[in-house]
Each structure stands twice: as C-alpha cells, then as structure tokens.
Design a protein. Sequence first.
Length: 290
Amino acid sequence: MGHYSIKELEHLSGIKAHTIRIWEQRYSILSPKRTDTNIRYYDDQDLKTILNVSFLNAKGIKISKIAQMESKQISQKVQELSEDSGQFSGHINLLISAMVDMDEEVFDKTISTATLQLGLRDTFLHVIYPFLNKIGVLWQTGNISPAHEHFVSNLVRQKIIVAIDGQVVRRQQGNPTYLLFLPEGELHELALLFMNYVIRSHHFQVIYLGQHLPFKDLEITYEHCRPAYMCTVLTSTPDRDQVQAYLDKLSNRFPEATIYICGAQVQYDFLVFPRNIHLLRSVQEFLALF
C-alpha cells in the first residue's frame, strides 16, 4: 500500500497541489489519511482516482460532473476516451494504475492499444518513456517496490522482443553494423532493446549482446565483427567515480568505432568524453541519428 504526499500526486497527475486541495474539500474526491504522527498521506486508491479525474478534466469534463460519477463509471470513461483518442496522458495514467494494482491484463491492453494507434516507436517515445520517468519518483520514495519495477520492466521487455521478432531486416551491402551491449553488472535493458528495434527498422545489421557483458567478451566480439558503431547504456554501473575510466577504456580499446552512450551514469557535468564517444541525453537525440 503506497503512502503518497500531495506533491507526489501533483507530479504524477499534473494537477497542482492547490487544485487537488480544493477538489478534495469541495467535492470529496479524495480521502486522505493521517499517519500516527498526524502527517497527511494518500493511498493507492487516491492515486488512481486523481489520475482518472485529471484525465477526464483535461478532456473537457467538468469536475462537478466527474464528482457525481461512480468510480466504475470514471474508469470506464477513461478507458473509452483513451482507446478512441490516442491521447498520451490517458495511456500513461492507465499504465500507472495497472502497475499499482499489478494488473497484467490492463497493462498489456494499454500498451497494445497505444501501439496499434501510434506504432511501437512513438508508443515508446510518447507513452512508455514518460511513464517510466513519472514513476521514477515512486521508486525513489519507496512507494513502489522492486517487485513493481520487475513487473513493469518484464512486460515492456516482452512487447519489444515480440516487435523485434516480427521485423524483417533487408540488409544492404555496405550498410554499417552496430554492436549493442550493457557493461558487466548492468541489467537495465529496456533502452538498449529499443535501440535494437530502431536500428533494425532502418535495415542495419545489429549484433545484440545484451546485459552484463564482461569487457573481454566485448573485445573478442569487436575483433571478430569490426562494427562501425557501438551503443551502450549506463544506468547503474559503473560507480560514479569509475565512469570516466570506463569511457576512456572504451575509447582507447575501440578507437576506430563511433560509440554512442546514454543513461543516468553519464549525465555528470564533470565527465570528459573522448573524441569517438558521443553522449545521448535523450531518446529524441538517438532517434535523430537516423
């Protein structure tokens, strides 16, 4: 059971805390609780309610009318509008609610609906990535457990793998090869899988080595295939004080390759990027390469 502050509700729903307070007092939309030390908090049901209410309100339905609707009616209306309109916020809110409930059916249906409307590329860009960014705050504050993270990651991972399996790559003579890998100890694979999907959609050859790759195996593969490009994502490893050394090692060992790198561990201002290593600060920057 989550314990959310009003600021966390504001972050996740996009509704200002002041407005949430007014809606709460005037329409009794939420039911805040208090801890033993008298601190107000909101539970999972409150989170799902404010997500649904904010979406319907953004679609032009007055708060006074929403307040008169039963909880089931609100959920059905959100589902209906999300499916019909292809609005990103509706899909994102449904994913958050499904994650809180660990409801695989709703999670799966929401991503499938968005993919049918937008295609996987834009679903990742406009729905899945914003969703992951929004719920990052919940992981940081302990309102969702590692089990929730695994639940989300594995379902998204399955979707991308199925899409990759369905790709027909028509390799053309002279097209460059990309080598994709995660360093030893790195297990966060979603961004790398998405890179795989995008690169393959442009009919370039991809050598996908995946998670937790020892550096020696990377060297062996490079010597065998000599890819023009290498891509990696540093989300949690190496440690902050070891990142520069890792970048220098990559650059020195593979001087002829163009190396694209992204992730939380390479966003520090003190890092100096060697000439053949290019920092990607966003998904958009990666997509702009093609």
